[in-house]
Design a protein around this ligand. Structure first.
Ligand code: BGC
Length: 615
């Protein structure tokens, strides 16, 4: 389907105001206009498109995107709410509690579009209550004494997990993004009477059964993402603030539709004119959508999240990543592998909990945890068969991490995972066949064929660092001699730099004390020192030798260079390219193989690890 302007269903609850009609362009004869259901597949108020069909009729599963498919029903509902009077104190059930009504639960978030001076909301309690206190205070009219009152202003964002007792106060105009559900249990209605002198029905017992009796704890996001600033994230929906000064572009993706709700300004989304109050549906798909005019939007979509872990000999690095490759939070902790495999898993679980907290997500919001681990990994079993770096043998990390986190765990070799990250989100994006070398403590290899990792039988292959480039050469950490790793790793470069310094006391590299020599030393001195130059040239020659072999075996669309040494960037890969080109089979008769720096740095491992679970 095309990009479509959405025609909302309006609601005339008694507490509503006029602003949605007078300022936000809603065309309805319902007065007051309390709510406009902007994006809704809910039978209580279906959104339509301009040809009169409901959006539910018009949109195919492909238009909604693959991420919506797992919910059984369309997962999101977006509305404007104009509260001229206080709304009742209420609570919504979660998915489990809503099941008996054949409905989803209702986790929601509010973006405060406008707030009168002094306007407030209630979210949760100011101290933990017992169920009896909740029921008693709802009945005797003292409930609001226990509620957590928050004065609010334009631009504030609140995340309201199902089970949070809440109320919208008068003078708030809100854009609400919620699960597709219409189940509300009313706890207290200020003892108000309707025009017939009757109080509205309360559902105190149902509310008490699903209410979270604890103190309200907000969630913070704030990450800069492809669709703007992330202001609300969950396993059900994600929302972003997106401002366009004059012209901007958003990218469509096949995993989710995007609903653009205009909060301010006037302009267009694709060919569809928009103004304050309008919502536009951009179907899932490919390509760019042009936004024009000074406008502010909330973009709603359905994203998937996972934790990606890059387990190294020294540090465990991790991040919460979405299915577009946006890193929502990241962090690291020391590996301390000497404490043993179980202790390392406990550290991974601890880091994961911190990452989730920093991302404003809960374990229920993510699809799982992916991890890249150095060494031979049996991916099916989730076992580290042998890790030369961590000194582990036959350790089932999937079982232990699964036990600690209760999440789906996927593991793969660290360099394979980095290659997957670069192929999906980084320097390999748009290419189906790439090979990556990571030049760090060891030399890792990752092979992506037709967009998927090639890992060999029981995922024990792709150890490109352990191909022999010099028979009977230097001893490698794997026990064999002459491996690429024994010449092209940072460890090997440091060894060769130190040897050259010793053999050439006149070398300026001797200004650096042997303890401080690192993978950059020879590069730093090569323009002013012959010995340093030779070390670098030999080093690049070894790498080129390995890469030429890789090109001849796989003829990939590109070879990506990552890892610590990869930070030398294009200046280094151009020199490698010049050495590789004359060595590849058929010379320039066949397709060339660009040797390019990886683009994601340390994040490649995190993003690739998350991709093990997400894609
Ligand atoms: C290991 C590989 C690993 C690479 C990068 C090598 O020493 O054998 O399995 O991928 O280091 O960490």
């Amino acid at each position: 389907m095309n990009i479509e302007k959405l025609i909302p269903e309006c609601k005339n609850n008694l507490w509503g105001g006029e602003k949605l009609v007078t300022e936000y362009g809603k065309k309805t004869d319902k007065t007051p206009c309390a709510e406009s259901w902007e994006l809704s597949f809910h039978p209580d108020g279906m959104t339509r498109i301009t040809d009169g069909r409901t959006l539910a009729e018009a949109a195919s599963p492909a238009d909604l995107g693959a991420n919506c498919a797992g919910f059984g029903t369309f997962p999101v509902l977006v509305k404007f709410i104009d509260a001229k009077e206080n709304l009742s104190v209420q609570v919504h059930p979660d998915d489990e509690a809503a099941k008996k009504h054949g409905s989803l639960g209702k986790t929601e978030m509010w973006y405060i579009v406008e707030a009168d001076p002094g306007a407030f909301i209630y979210l949760g309690f100011n101290k933990r209550l017992t169920e009896n206190e909740l029921v008693g205070s709802a009945k005797d009219g003292t409930l609001t004494d226990h509620l957590n009152k928050i004065e609010c202003k334009k631009g504030d964002v609140f995340f309201i997990p199902a089970g949070t007792v809440h109320a919208i106060g008068k003078g708030c105009l809100i854009c609400e993004i919620q699960q597709n559900s219409n189940i509300t249990y009313r706890l207290y209605d200020y003892k108000r009477k309707d025009k017939n002198g009757k109080e509205r029905e309360l559902h105190i017992a149902e509310a008490a059964a699903c209410a979270d009796l604890g103190v309200y704890r907000g969630r913070n996001h704030g990450a800069a993402c492809t669709d703007g600033e992330l202001i609300g994230a969950s396993g059900f929906f994600s929302a972003y603030r997106f401002d366009c000064k004059d012209r901007a572009v958003i990218r469509r993706d096949k995993a989710s539709f995007k609903c653009l709700t205009c909060l301010d300004g006037e302009g267009s989304v694709g060919d569809v004119p928009v103004r304050k109050g309008d919502s536009v549906f951009v179907p899932a798909g490919e390509g760019a959508v042009n936004i024009k005019g000074g406008t502010s939007f909330i973009i709603t979509s359905v994203r998937r999240y996972a934790i990606g872990i890059d387990l190294g000999g020294t540090f465990i690095k991790g991040g919460v990543v979405d299915d577009l490759g946006n890193i929502i939070s990241s962090g690291k902790t020391a590996t301390e592998s000497r404490l043993g495999d179980q202790a390392v898993c406990a550290r991974i679980a601890g880091l994961s909990a911190k990452l989730l907290d920093a991302a404003g997500l809960t374990p229920d919001d993510i699809c799982g945890i992916g991890a890249g681990v150095p060494g031979m990994i049996d991916r099916e079993e989730g076992e580290v068969v042998y890790s030369n770096n961590l000194r582990w043998e036959h350790f089932c990390i999937k079982a232990e991490l699964g036990r600690l986190t209760d999440k789906n765990i996927e593991i793969a070799n660290d360099a394979n995972v980095a290659a997957l990250g670069e192929a999906r989100f980084g320097a390999g994006k748009g290419r189906s066949n790439v090979v990556m070398l990571t030049l760090g403590t060891g030399v890792g290899g990752g092979i992506v064929i037709n967009g998927s990792l090639y890992e060999g039988n029981r995922s024990a292959g792709a150890e490109l660092g352990h191909m022999c480039i010099i028979k009977d050469g230097e001893l490698c950490t794997c026990g064999r001699r002459g491996c690429l790793e024994a010449y092209a790793s940072a460890t090997a470069l440091i060894r060769d730099t130190k040897r050259a310094m010793k053999a050439h006391p006149e070398s300026r590299m001797n200004e650096v004390s042997p303890d401080e020599v690192d993978g950059r030393t020879a590069f730093l001195y090569e323009n002013e020192d012959e010995t340093a130059k030779r070390v670098v040239e030999d080093y690049l020659g070894y790498i080129a030798c390995g890469i030429a072999d890789i090109c001849n075996i796989f003829r990939p669309e590109a070879v990506l260079i990552g890892g610590g040494i990869g930070k030398e960037g294009k200046a280094m890969t151009d020199r490698i390219q010049a050495l590789v080109d004359p060595c590849i089979f058929g010379g320039d008769l066949g397709p060339g193989v660009p040797v390019i720096p990886a683009a994601l740095g340390n994040s490649a491992g995190i993003m690739g690890a998350a991709a093990l679970v997400l894609c």
